[in-house]
Design a protein around this ligand. Structure first.
Ligand code: SF4
Length: 332
């Protein structure tokens, strides 16, 4: 047997992931950013590492330190500012009976399937989350099954993270198979930013597996700016839509990134072109290190009004905030 026959080839998305950028200087050079600006900001990587796929970096405008995609991932000096009300665990998730399983909502249970992400978003409300304490393995899968069986109100499982699509297909198939065996479950929801930052993750194999599942699948992607909705992403999502997978998007309102009605309207239009319904527009969760992204509730409501005046209702995402301990998201 030739050696070629025994080498297992990693899927393209994993090969691309292995080429990710984690050094601000490398990102600065890739985008031809001013060296002084990169040097001044890079210390903030101590607070939360830089991580970005080359695909996502390629969507940024070279030389532009205000690029809305760059601002979402580049460490920034402003992250050292300590502002009242901005805390490490804004949604009070870091304690719980079952590591990796959050029974936050009555009928839904949320699973931290994978700690890592393909990019580290500077505004992430889980940027201080102790993922190392929330490994999801065979024991946790059994705990999840038992938790669901103990509460007949649960009819939906949300795979979250980190990013659940960082798990490989084998791991996902095991979880899907275990959940399908529970008659009370109706839906499986996958919350992932991977489609936007690494569209090659939307593989045909995974889509086919989800299509044959008796659970209805909803993929909630996470795009914040119209530049993230590329033709590559549209093509990948169109293929997934053909497999009966419902596509939704959630965004976070971010100062300097998408806090204008023009940008948000363009985002909704681009998403709909990609067969995705704009679902939620979140006010920023007050996580330590992200206060420079915050905009006031008054401004957020103003933006929503402007969107209502410009777009059909189905293209206006619900403006919400998540409040620790509340059973659902709270409209603003
Ligand atoms: S992909 Fe999602 S979970 Fe990961 S860093 Fe970004 S916002 Fe946070």
């Amino acid at each position: 047997m030739s050696s070629l026959n025994i080498i297992s080839v990693r899927p393209q998305w994993q090969q691309e992931l292995a080429q990710s950028i984690s050094d601000p200087t490398e990102l600065g050079a890739f985008l031809r950013l001013p060296e002084s600006w990169t040097a001044q900001n890079q210390t903030a990587r101590e607070l939360f590492p830089l991580r970005i796929t080359r695909y996502f970096a390629s969507l940024m405008k070279p030389g532009d330190i205000h690029d809305p995609l760059l601002l979402q991932v580049m460490p920034n000096q402003a992250e050292f500012e300590q502002k009242e009300g901005f805390v490490a665990d804004p949604l009070e998730e870091q304690s719980g009976d079952h590591a990796g399983i959050l029974h936050k909502y009555k009928s839904r249970v949320l699973v931290i399937l994978r700690g890592g992400c393909a990019i580290n978003c500077r505004y992430c409300f889980r940027r201080h989350f102790p993922y190392q304490d929330h490994h999801f393995g065979r024991t946790q899968l059994q705990q999840l099954v038992e938790l669901i069986q103990s509460d007949e109100a649960i009819n939906e499982v949300i795979l979250s993270g980190g990013d659940p699509l960082m798990a490989n297909d084998d791991q996902l198939f095991k979880v899907i198979t275990a959940l399908e065996a529970l008659p009370q479950l109706k839906r499986l929801r996958i919350h992932s930013r991977l489609p936007v930052v690494l569209p090659s993750r939307l593989t045909e194999e995974l889509a086919r597996r989800l299509q044959v599942s008796r659970l209805q699948t909803i993929l909630v992607i996470h795009a914040n700016h119209p530049h993230e909705v590329t033709n590559t992403l549209k093509g990948a999502l169109a293929r997934w839509a053909q497999h009966d997978i419902t596509l939704l998007n959630q965004s976070v309102l971010l100062a300097g990134v998408n806090d204008s009605a023009d940008t948000l309207a363009d985002l909704s239009e681009a998403l709909f072109d990609a067969k995705v319904i704009p679902y939620y527009l979140h006010q920023l969760d007050k996580v330590a290190g992200a206060s420079h992204f915050a905009i006031s509730d008054e401004r957020a409501r103003e933006l929503e009004q402007q969107l209502r005046a410009r777009l059909p209702g189905f293209l206006v995402p619900k403006l919400v905030r998540e409040i620790a301990g509340e059973a659902s998201k709270t409209p603003l």
